[in-house]
Design a protein around this ligand. Sequence first.
Ligand code: AP5
Length: 221
Amino acid sequence: MSTAVVLLGPPGAGKGTQAKHIERRFGLVHISTGDMLRAAVAEGSELGRCAEGYMKRGELVPDELIIEMILERIARPDCGKGYMLDGFPRTLAQAEALDASLAERGGRIDLAILFTCDPEAIVERMSGRRVCPTCGAVFHLAHNPPAKPGVCDRDGTPLVLRPDDRPEVVRKRLEVYEENTAPVAEFYRKRGVLAEVDASRPIPEVTAAVDRLLEAVTRDS
Ligand code: AP5
């Protein structure tokens, strides 16, 4: 059976940063709902047009749109070798829909990692984050700077501040997280698959903790 992992945690905790590492090191397919939605907005697809306003305001995109998008994605053949969900589930309804769909196919989530982080660190991370609008690579002005200032290491595209990283939108996203997504961690705790990682530490320390969890779960599943 392939390994299925969920990454949970407040905005800016470092889920995307660790997801890129897990993908490289353990070969799990990285499925980010935020990246999928940003691609849909950039394409101007129907999903993108529906999602754009919610994202700009820091609110959640409605469950029915997200659930359909993810269930379709994890059914694709490349996920047979294992996958990790970054930014999903974010509500109990999403967690329950995922659980039911996996159970129908004899599957389950093997590990849910909750990245915890101090609110002050989150605000500092969001204001220093710069992303590549072409390939989605994520940098930080101080903690993970690109080799050449202001441009993506991979494709040379000028880096940008994400529109939802403005301080007032970050505050809204943190509120939405506490209200809707924190209970999802309890959902996985009750199933005995939740592990917490203190993501306030420097990136290499967080990565080392993640590696220990992934080594155990990929060995066992
Ligand atoms: P999404 O893109 O998922 O945003 P998020 O969960 O708020 O997470 P972020 O991408 O902001 O942060 P991250 O934890 O990945 O941190 P990162 O690694 O970049 O969602 C965006 C929007 O889409 C939502 O608001 C919603 O509207 C919609 N949406 C998405 N999924 C949805 C769903 N399931 N249902 C409904 N709506 C949905 O790191 C942040 C910065 O810190 C970077 O600069 C990084 O270099 C740096 N950094 C990382 N780790 C460390 C460290 N340990 N020390 C110092 N710096 C660090």
